[in-house]
Design a binder for this molecule. Structure first.
Ligand SMILES: [Zn+2]
Length: 55
């Protein structure tokens, strides 16, 4: 499953797709970045690509 990171609270969720507009964690209208790893580097497919995470 893909991973998405909230641009406001930076929490990461595992979702089929981004179908929500309001973040369940911070309850704000947020945009979500796809931080799924699609390459074989840095953990491989199905994992979070830590290089894409903002904190
Ligand atoms: Zn949030």
């Amino acid at each position: 499953m893909p991973f998405f990171q909230c641009d406001k609270c930076k929490k990461i969720f595992e979702w089929d797709s981004v179908s929500v507009e309001t973040c369940p964690n911070c309850n704000e209208k947020c945009s979500f970045r796809d931080v799924t790893n699609y390459t074989k580097d840095n953990g491989g497919p199905g994992n979070i690509d830590t290089r894409l995470i903002e904190d």
